[in-house]
Ligand binder design. Sequence first.
Ligand code: FES
Ligand SMILES: [Fe+2]
Length: 352
Amino acid sequence: MTRIDTENRSPFPIPFGWFQIGWGGDLKPGEVKPLEYFGRHLALWRDDNGVAKLNSAHCPHLGAHLAYGGTVHGEELTCPFHGWRFTADGRNSHIPYSQRINKKACLDTFPVVERNGLLMAWYHPDGSEPQWEVPEVPEFNDPDNFTEVITREYVIEAPWQELAENGVDSAHFRYVHHTEEVPELVSYDTDGHLAQMRSIQKFPTPRGVVDGRIDADSHGPGFSVIRFGGIVDTVLMGCNSPITPNRCHMRFTFTVRRLGDDAINSTVGQAFVDEIDKQVQEDTPIWQNKAYIARPALADTDGPFTKFRRWASQFYAEPVDDGADVYVPQDAYPFEPLETASRKYGSDPFQS
Ligand code: FES
Ligand SMILES: [Fe+2]
């Protein structure tokens, strides 16, 4: 008999890794913003020297949320309720109506790096140190040859692993995305936190069919770089950040190699973004309503699901359930177009 779990839609806890918590350009020095990721309430702030910090949101004194009225003074964050101050590593540094500090009053601190225009935070349920680095992606640091970025973001009611598994699912492109040519997998290799997929896709052009390349590098569960080559070089950073175990904030940041003409660049970039956006819209009703099948019945020509799942399993520090064969969603998510946000900007936080 199939064992069905109707209370948990996935056997997985929140994975550890680097996760995008914003774009650098959206956080000005002195700003404090409330966020929810990793099943936690968080306060993201930028100190007066321009360095971004992430702490647990609720003040250890009497529980005020530091991002609702909290203020930045130099390199410290001040609580709106009774004026206590905290350093970036979460220690109480000042109580305005006392001569002493409270050494036990601590905020949790999450390491933050700002790279490629993204704000990335390290999450581990034990609070342990980062195990790898967020790589610098040359195309997002080369404004002479690559356009300003275009971004898209979505909130999707599904665990990150279901979204990430889409990459190795070559067969779904024909049925969900109606692409005539299915990308042909050349290789899929994993090495520690890194997973690298190389595929070839045929694109019809007025001058005949061109072989396009798709190179996808995933650096842990939260950060992937996908390069599309062949016709126009387009690069995309794809980031999935768990809000809860079963809800994800998905963000894309795109750039296109400059072709010498701004109008052409922006048409090419926009067409590409629209195609990816269409694919997310098509995938979402499946992601949000699918069950997790622990031992899927695969065809011999299906993509490297087993290898992908083995790679994904290393990012769970907390127990993974193995009491059921099928984990089903508790809610139905009827098809509704996702709300999307699209913006264009540079990544300098000091620029308005
Ligand atoms: S609750 Fe933050 S200072 Fe009192
Ligand atoms: Fe898809």
